[in-house]
Design a protein around this ligand. Sequence first.
Ligand SMILES: Cc1cc2nc3c(=O)[nH]c(=O)nc-3n(C[C@H](O)[C@H](O)[C@H](O)COP(=O)(O)O)c2cc1C
Length: 273
Amino acid sequence: MSLSDPIEQRFGTAGTVTGDAPFLRQMLTRRSIRAFRPDPVPEPLLTGLLAAGLSAPSKSDLQQVSVIRLTAPAARKALADLLPQFPWIADAPALLVFCGDGRRIRRLAGHRGHPFANEHLDSFTNAAVDAGIALATTLYAAESAGLGGCPISVIRNRVQEVSALLALPQHVFPLAGLCLGWPEETPPLRRRLPLSVTLHTDRYNDDGLLDAVENYDRARAAAEPVPEDKQHNRARWGTAALYGWSEHRTRQYAEPAREDWGRYVRSQGFDLS
Ligand SMILES: Cc1cc2nc3c(=O)[nH]c(=O)nc-3n(C[C@H](O)[C@H](O)[C@H](O)COP(=O)(O)O)c2cc1C
């Protein structure tokens, strides 16, 4: 079977796509998993997944990632207790935190007797991007082995406490957690914005955005209907007749969140200018 079917399910784009490959199919049909069987992830497998994740490309080969595995029950409970609105995190057989790590190269600069002449936003961005790519690569590796998982940036809602719990030193910050385990659910495939919106040719062009999102909202609302009482902040925004992706996400971002993140990152020693 070609890749046309999974691409159509994911993007709503009909048409022939040539080629097939099991790994591509798996990437196209992946979904976040938030319910796990209690079985552990075997140690050698987990090490292999992390080795695959840490084989991901890295900006200038600087390798600015550290992954913290939470194994001690007390540490896992302490992290889960910070996030009571997400009880499934406590149940995940494997719990990892992907950190951007700007400490290592700075230490080595001192060790080598060289100045570190890159205290600016690009330096922070490189560590954050490396950590994100390593997380995604680990997740894909896990999915290729039949596991499921979900990134958890909600740990940044309690970043001071998470940072203290993990004993993060200066120039190390938690980008996101990653829960992994054997799936106990098959949630619906989440459709993505059509490629006409996110894929541009030769130059940026968003002329068709509003029409495309209108169609996308209808498709998402049909595939994942949100009951009226679950519409975000109805007290402020009322009840929408069509509660699609754009209504949901713009309501979400009508409220500030994680306003202390920049302050935290600066307090970890990064210069964001
Ligand atoms: C960086 C990042 C952080 C995320 N943080 C959370 C989180 O804190 N809680 C959660 O339930 N899902 C989280 N997710 C999962 C997204 O909600 C999910 O990928 C998105 O809704 C699309 O669904 P899908 O992965 O099933 O296609 C995160 C994903 C990414 C990439």
